[in-house]
Ligand binder design. Structure first.
Ligand SMILES: CSC[C@@H](O)[C@@H](O)C(=O)COP(=O)(O)O
Length: 345
């Protein structure tokens, strides 16, 4: 698979992205040559998943800096447009800010910074996957595990490798996965369309279930661990992730099943004290009133469509990043940050 998000230096330069709306029917790349195209691609979930959004944000600033060289105010306006598309995923704004910090050094420096962020992504993800797999192995039964996951936290949600599903990939490589139960993840079916596609590519045994079957699978003893990613993690360990994660965590807490959130440091927002302060993105009503464009409710039905929910840190066995672990109400930093592409290998 290509990098989910990348830079194509040909011509005037453009962002390339695996089109996540087309999967699983078709694997295709899109070329996004303007900030308008990039903003639309982030909004319509061509590009999605927290680390992938961070990469897209940084590359969006690189696009703007090349198109509007000599007009830093315009570049900043364009950067803000990119950063504002999806408010919950903190990686998006962080990616934008990281690239924007090099604006004074010229468009090439901005692009180099964005490309450095992309280069670091896989190494960071592999490292957090190893740390998460160690922890999960320590707290779970000593046999191949039945893991439940929600939404898509795989390579498609990052530049490469993945976060939550990256940990699953690491466990599978160690022979420690019996089966992954993938929740389909209404309304946009990232679990059914993307996670199942990735699990097939990986050759990992899996079954797909409707979202409402997840909590009952936990209650019936069919799940050893819940492993997910996150879009923003507050200082107190509260984690915003795809809507439906909270219900899974409640069921898991009731039945003593560990829930592990795997995410890069760039998803941890120490400036946000608790989950109550996390802005939750609300999306279009038609995402709920239709399935793949087919109406499933009267067209004027009022809709509640939050893209994410917040799981209290107290319900989590752990949050694992490439450098730190949140457990029992406290963060422990276990490796020096920052992690560079070379150092993380
Ligand atoms: C890197 S995975 C963490 C999250 O980004 C993922 O679980 C998720 O909720 C993505 O939501 P999406 O709306 O598809 O961008």
């Amino acid at each position: 698979m290509d990098r989910t998000v990348d830079w194509d230096g040909s011509g005037e330069g453009a962002v390339t992205a695996v089109d996540q709306r087309a999967l699983p029917a078709e694997y295709r790349l899109r070329r996004l040559a303007t900030v308008d195209e990039l903003v639309a691609a982030i909004a319509d979930l061509t590009i999605r998943g927290a680390p992938a959004l961070g990469a897209a944000g940084a590359l969006g600033v690189a696009l703007a800096a090349r198109r509007h060289a000599g007009d830093p105010a315009r570049v900043r306006d364009e950067a803000e447009r990119v950063a504002a598309v999806r408010p919950t995923a903190v990686n998006l704004r962080r990616g934008v800010e990281r690239a924007l910090a090099r604006l004074g050094d010229g468009p090439d420096a901005v692009l180099a910074e964005a490309c450095a962020l992309l280069d670091e992504d896989e190494a960071i993800n592999r490292r957090m996957g190893r740390r998460a797999a160690d922890l999960i192995t320590a707290v779970c039964p000593d046999r191949p595990l039945r893991v439940l996951t929600h939404c898509n936290s795989g390579a498609l949600a990052a530049v490469a490798w993945g976060t939550g599903l990256g940990a699953v990939r690491e466990l599978a490589g160690r022979g420690r996965i019996a089966e992954v139960l993938a929740c389909e993840t209404r309304p946009l079916l990232q679990g059914a369309r993307l996670t199942v596609w990735e699990l097939r590519e990986m050759g990992v045994a899996h079954r797909l279930c409707v979202d409402s079957a997840g909590p009952s699978a936990i209650a019936r003893g069919l799940v050893d661990a819940v492993i997910v990613g996150a879009d923003r993690i507050a200082a107190n360990g509260d984690a915003a992730n795809k809507i439906g994660t909270y219900a899974l965590a409640c069921a898991a807490a009731r039945h003593g099943v560990p829930v592990v959130v795997v995410a890069p440091e760039s998803t941890v927002d120490h400036a946000t004290r608790s989950g109550a302060d996390i802005v939750i993105e609300e999306r279009a009503a038609d995402e709920v009133r239709t399935v793949a464009g087919v109406p499933t409710a009267p067209p004027d039905t009022p809709v509640y469509n939050p893209a994410f929910d917040v799981t209290p840190g107290a319900l989590l066995a752990a949050v694992v990043t490439e450098a730190a672990t949140f457990r029992d109400g406290a963060w422990t930093v276990e490796a020096p940050a920052p992690v560079t592409a070379e150092a993380a290998r």
